[in-house]
Design a protein around this ligand. Structure first.
Ligand code: HEC
Ligand code: HEC
Ligand code: HEC
Ligand code: HEC
Length: 375
């Protein structure tokens, strides 16, 4: 039996008991012991050599708390991003969550003693922790490094343009080297939409059966990447000459939408592989799976994406078009979807996905965005 902590290394692994379905080697364990996706060849997915294997090896992202610097270390330079973050639910959860009656109900159903902020499980998804006086300590809500990676090894690299150089005069070789060094030291750069998506879903799919079934915690909403990333979460200043907080471009939104749908299905299946009993968790994961399949079907009816089409049409369906899931699929399909998402982001910048056939009509507009973006 294999006990696995969902995201962070130091947590006491009491909650997830894998193995009840003989699935001990599912999820993170398999992903980490498999640094090269190409070593898990599949019948449908041709993995191109352009795919960086690192990103898969590093997931699910475990924050090395000894390397977390804390949001203040970023705010020194990233003042606008900091302001945007401070208006978000991710920031507010630090002061609001543990006071909610529902939080107390969840904690008491799970027999959590000693307070929510001291509980590894809750800290895992609601807070960012770091090592203070040799002890892990939550220091804020979901903050910069929960999404961009623990920064000790890249904070002084990611903005280093080379001796006597600026952003404008940095050589292309140096830039390529710098970005590669950032990736290698665990920075999750938003250029890779799949890394972004995976990170969001690793919390937002709430992949913890006991938390949901016993604790009564929400089982995760219909998280769609465009609508959830372009509202209050948005901080997109630095590419923009006028320093405004722009929405992602039309092209980037297409990529976010497609990768979001694929990742939703990937995480639904990863979540399903941990089902041990009937209940709210099971229902929610199956619903997530069906919804994601529908979204992918809709995408495929509008744009030609042969690899994804090939995978989807190989799956057996019931009379309502729902994909039938069996053990073998749960073992294989998530990694296949992961490889397809990586391949997709490496081969699409969104410009070849529209405007016709009309993928754009599927993409949620501002009225669907979650929360209000900082100007
Ligand atoms: C000393 C100033 C400074 C500090 C401190 C700093 N950054 Fe940056 N950051 C920069 C600069 C400059 C860039 C633009 C780099 C470029 O031109 O590629 C940047 C870029 C970024 C990017 C975009 C990278 C990309 O390739 O898209 C992210 C994400 C980021 N920083 C996150 C952080 C986080 C998180 C922290 C805190 C742990 C942090 N930064 C601390 C100066 C800083
Ligand atoms: C796997 C990640 C994860 C873990 C672990 C987790 N949460 Fe959450 N929690 C979330 C997410 C994501 C939401 C937002 C749900 C949504 O809107 O989809 C949330 C929402 C909540 C809410 C708000 C519900 C509401 O109705 O306003 C409370 C309260 C809460 N969590 C308490 C807890 C407590 C207490 C723990 C520890 C026992 C915990 N959570 C552990 C991810 C997590
Ligand atoms: C470390 C876990 C974690 C990660 C990573 C994460 N979130 Fe969240 N997010 C949460 C939790 C927990 C809440 C709910 C907090 C509460 O209600 O107290 C939340 C709330 C939100 C909300 C506000 C709730 C709503 O319904 O509007 C949005 C929007 C959101 N997240 C978007 C994102 C996006 C987009 C990403 C990826 C770029 C992301 N989140 C990554 C944990 C996470
Ligand atoms: C919920 C996850 C999440 C959190 C928390 C978060 N980021 Fe980001 N960050 C993203 C995503 C996603 C993008 C890509 C935005 C896009 O392209 O639409 C991004 C982009 C950036 C960029 C490049 C764009 C720009 O604004 O210049 C920087 C720099 C950055 N983040 C720094 C930070 C800092 C500093 C913090 C904390 C104060 C932070 N981020 C918190 C997810 C997050």
């Amino acid at each position: 039996m294999q006990a696995v902590v969902h995201r962070r290394g130091w947590l006491v692994p009491v909650i997830l008991v894998l193995g009840a379905l003989g699935l001990g080697a599912s999820y993170g364990v398999a992903a980490r012991s498999n640094p090269h996706i190409a070593t898990t060849p599949t019948s449908f997915v041709q993995v191109s050599s352009a795919i960086a294997p690192m990103s898969l090896a590093a997931f699910p992202p475990e924050l090395d708390l000894a390397k977390v610097q804390g949001a203040d270390a970023c705010g020194e330079c990233h003042t606008r991003e900091m302001e945007a973050w401070k208006r978000s639910t991710h920031f507010a959860t630090w002061t609001t969550m543990h006071r909610k009656p529902r939080a107390r109900e969840i904690a008491s159903a799970l027999e959590i003693k000693g307070g929510i902020k001291r509980n590894d499980l809750c800290v895992n998804c609601h807070y960012t922790a770091r090592v203070v006086d040799e002890k892990p300590k939550p220091v804020s809500g979901v903050s910069c490094e929960s999404c961009h990676g623990a920064a000790a090894d890249w904070i002084n690299v990611h903005n280093d343009y080379g001796a006597n150089k600026t952003k404008e005069t940095e050589t292309p070789e140096h830039r390529a080297m710098r970005l590669k060094a950032c990736d290698a030291s665990g920075m999750l750069r938003p250029a890779n939409v799949y890394l972004v998506a995976r990170n969001c879903y690793s919390c937002h799919s709430v992949p913890n059966e006991k938390l949901v079934n016993v604790g009564g915690h929400p089982a995760g909403s219909d998280f769609e990447l465009v609508s959830w990333s372009q509202g209050e979460v948005r901080h997109n200043y630095f590419q923009n000459p006028d320093q405004g907080n722009r929405e992602a471009s039309v092209e980037r939104k297409r990529v976010l939408y497609v990768v979001g749908a694929l990742t939703d299905l990937e995480y639904a299946l990863r979540g399903m592989s941990k089902i041990t009993e009937r209940g709210a968790y099971r229902d929610a994961m199956i619903k997530r799976k069906n919804r994601a399949v529908k979204r992918i079907d809709e995408i495929l009816s509008r744009v030609s994406l042969p690899e994804i089409q090939c995978l989807m049409s190989s799956l057996e369906r019931d009379e309502k078009g729902r994909v039938k899931i069996n053990q073998a699929l749960l073992n294989e399909l998530p990694d296949q979807l992961a490889a397809l998402s990586e391949q997709f982001v490496n081969t699409h910048d969104g410009s070849n996905l529209g405007p016709r056939p009309p993928l754009d009509a599927l993409i949620p507009g501002p009225e669907k965005y979650h929360g209000t973006a900082q100007p």
